[in-house]
Ligand binder design. Sequence first.
Ligand code: FES
Length: 130
Amino acid sequence: MTDLIFPGLTDIVMPMKEPLCHINEIADPGAKGFELAHNDKTLAFFVVKKHGQIFGYLNKCPHVGINLEWRPDDFLNIDKSLIQCSVHGAEFIIETGHCIGGPCRGKMLDSVKLVLDAQGNVFLDDNQPF
Ligand code: FES
């Protein structure tokens, strides 16, 4: 893998050669948050697992732009059917990041592309959509 470049954020360049985690480290359904720091820049994002599939999003609520979780790795609602922002309760579809309830209804979480290798290791993709 090569360095990751996130020009849409703050020109973050991440040397990303190690896996984020193993897929079995995330409950199903469940989520895990990550913060990668490099050259005093930080990229905050989270990975959600549902039915064996993984989905990645920036940890940035489209309502106010702050982190979504109220405690580490707690990104889902009570029945774990939706991503939920802890601040004002916006709810997002796990598979798409589309907001279906709350103050930012109709907006989207920013996707983070992931790679799952044959051994179950989760990586950030080299080519991000932002
Ligand atoms: S900050 Fe997320 S719903 Fe308001």
